[in-house]
Design a protein around this ligand. Sequence first.
Ligand SMILES: Cc1ncc(COP(=O)(O)O)c(C=O)c1O
Length: 445
Amino acid sequence: MKIQDILLSEYGKASSVPSAVNRMMTDFAIGFRDGYDINLGVGYVNETTIPTQQILTACEAVLTNPVKYRASLNYGGSQGSSNLIESIKRYHIDNKIGGISQDVFNSNDIVIGANGATSLLDSITHLLPSGNVITADPMYYIYCNDLDRKGFNIIAIPEDNDGIQTDQLRDKLKELGRAKEEIQFFYVVTVNNPSCTVLSNNRKRELVEIVTQLSHELGRKIPLFFDNAYRDLIHDNTVESMESALCYDDLGIVYEIGSMSKILAPGLRIGYMIGPKGDFLNSVIQRTSDIGFSAPLINQEITSYLLDNGIETQIEKVNNGYQRKAKQVKKWIVELLGDNIQEYCGGSAGFYFYITLKDVCTDTTSDFFKFLTRTTGCEQNDGSKDDPYPKVIYIPGEHCVHPTGDMVEIGKYQFRISYGFEELPQIHTALKYMTFAITYSQKCL
Ligand SMILES: Cc1ncc(COP(=O)(O)O)c(C=O)c1O
């Protein structure tokens, strides 16, 4: 008898095929030539921002102080290390992050994810019923792809320079009518990925008001998750300092998700959620236990030590580095691509620029993309098959905008570049290749 393959769930089936971005990045990674090909696509942090020496010191300090850091190579508790939770509290209070004071922690608690902020975002999808999720467009494509595979329906509201447009959100809610009942949660990235748009405090307040009102209307609390992955990376001093929505949440619907990936090291895999004490937060803790008991305790303790010992200097160092790079890359973008740019954003926070080209498509079938990945099929552009010219990769806008949202058309002309991972000379070279790619695209028209 013929034997059937393993039966997969709907999520299993959807996950058995790598996402378009994963496919693209894998193709690029195969045969990537260090120091030759240029990767402006990855969200990797700059290696020089990782405090290797301090991590070594922290590791030794943790392992040699078993009184404070108990059994740090053993299993941890599922809410997270109490040392780390206290350090995160202190970090927020001492530095007045977002205006958070001790008051906030009287009604809110902190939980540490099993594997970075990503595992907490994943937990949300297992603990809330399936339904509609409201987010900004362009959207954080990695999480939105995850939501999509799990059967959530994403409603993406275009953003402007201040973030998600609240007037459009209000219109959308009106338009939804009874379908509003299907809204399960809001997900808003405070320094958006891909655009690096900083959500203004006014917009944030308005969002809390809108979701509070909606919760009253529906007779149940609708959670509003703010993803603060890049919150501590606002390196433009002219940008207003970001308030925490926890400070003006009267109903108890705001949850803020933070990450140590960008200010310390992604490899520590430390992310946390701050939100109202109660059933939802308890379910997140249980979920962490279900998927791995806790984040590695040693990493939590190392992070606690780093937060207690010089985190401010570390953050300043990281931001100085990205600020310097942002200023230079911005100059080059204007100088080299200026005439062909419709608009661009980024450069004030995080480490991405999100660029819209005039009349030049950027999707994976476009001439622009083919030129940069050396797949035009013409040796003059690509170099020889065995040893092609340097390849350049970026994230095409088509993957960042909602496939049936209002930005789908413009998305075809957009792309995200990262100035995080690669150094300035490589970024300059890549931008020069982009000018050639534009000329090539225009010739092909
Ligand atoms: C918006 C956003 N949220 C979350 C993450 C992931 O954070 P972590 O490394 O803590 O899982 C990223 C990573 O790039 C991100 O861009």
